[in-house]
Design a binder for this molecule. Structure first.
Ligand SMILES: [Fe+2]
Length: 361
């Protein structure tokens, strides 16, 4: 077995300001990589700027990372980072901003390389990355993965390199201004990470400690997700921090095992039909768990507080429905059948018939 989690992780109120001095140790000029506006609304950007000022670290801001960031955006941000002489990248936002930040840190450190380098299987260094998540799903703050949109291939593909953030600063307050939809969708993504890590060829005692533990915590958090109104007003700081911690624990789990079939099937739904990542993944989760080893399936359902995979599927469909054309799902299934590496992540026998059952065809 191998358990690798090199990220220093803090989860607490006022996390960024509490650890401002640590930030200074990672670089002299930071490139802040963030989305279009949410980091201004939830004050995470203000907190990071104030922490950088405290430790006299200069910075440049790259705003505008889109949902499901493209390789083109990564290269654009890389140019800006090289121009300003940055030697540290701080990602603020949901998984998109954090994934982009990791890829940018890699490309900035290898300035003579073109975008194809993202997909070359070679040893390479990256500049340090600090992650400040503001949603509760991807766990990108504690994984080395960066999933990027490849417009040339009309889907999303992870870069080949693993770039773990050096430091992750998690504060539940940043989640409080997010709309209900974002919180629900990203929570379903975290649940998918936990289940896909637990039902995985690479699962071992250590990854399962995180995966099953995270699923038990998810059970406690279900009421918060269910009770939220459109503006998530019923969510308090403690509940928000709990959701973000579930996401981080799920991230630690998939950092060991990777994801499996639901994630692989989801990417085409997101690219072709614009279905957000959480619902797209959630669409396949109950079907995937249904065919798992019966002991592991029961362990997961018990931990999550569901009677059956049917009730799990109904829960997901009620909170985060994914309305995808049958023809598109069929294409996703066909595409996955030729992806041997991804099929190998599934611990049970899988063929076209079973994949169709998982996909609900
Ligand atoms: Fe995910």
């Amino acid at each position: 077995m191998k358990f690798y989690m090199p990220t220093r992780l803090y989860c607490e109120k006022n996390c960024v300001s509490n650890h401002a001095k640590e930030i200074a140790g990672y670089g002299t000029h930071a490139l802040i990589v963030t989305g279009k506006s949410s980091s201004r609304k939830n004050h995470s950007l203000d907190d990071v700027i104030s922490a950088l000022d405290t430790c006299s670290t200069s910075y440049t801001i790259y705003e505008g990372v889109e949902e499901n960031p493209s390789v083109e955006t990564v290269m654009d941000a890389t140019c800006k980072g090289i121009e300003c002489g940055a030697d540290l990248v701080i990602g603020i936002g949901g998984g998109s901003a954090l994934d982009a930040a990791k890829a940018v840190a890699l490309m900035m450190k290898n300035p003579k390389k073109g975008w194809e380098f993202l997909y070359e299987q070679v040893e390479a260094q990256a500049y340090p990355v600090i992650a400040v998540p503001t949603t509760c799903g991807t766990g990108s703050e504690v994984t080395g993965v960066s999933v990027l949109t490849r417009h040339d291939l009309r889907t999303k593909i992870s870069m080949k390199h693993k770039v773990f953030p050096d430091l992750a600063l998690v504060d539940g307050r940043y989640l409080l201004s997010a709309p209900r939809k974002i919180i629900v969708n990203t929570s379903i993504d975290a649940l998918a990470h936990l289940i896909e890590s637990a039902v995985n060829t690479k699962a071992d005692y250590y990854s399962l400690l995180n995966a099953i533990g995270g699923i038990s915590l998810f059970r406690n958090a279900r009421a918060y997700i269910d009770d939220m109104d459109e503006n998530a007003r019923s969510l308090d700081e403690d509940a928000a921090l709990m959701l973000m911690e579930i996401s981080a624990i799920a991230g630690i789990a998939i950092a060991q095992t990777g994801t499996s079939i639901p994630h692989a099937l989801s990417y085409m739904l997101t690219y072709e039909a614009g279905i957000p990542h959480g619902p797209a993944v959630g669409r396949f989760l109950a079907g995937f768990l249904e065919h798992a080893d019966s002991i592991r399936k029961k362990e997961i359902l018990d931990a999550a507080g569901f009677e059956s995979t049917k009730s799990l599927g109904e829960f997901i469909n009620r909170l985060a429905p994914a309305d995808a054309d049958t023809e598109l799902v069929e294409r996703a299934v066909k595409g996955l059948l030729s992806n041997e590496a991804k099929l190998k992540t599934c611990p049970y026998h899988i063929d076209e018939e079973k994949l169709s059952l998982i996909a609900g065809l």
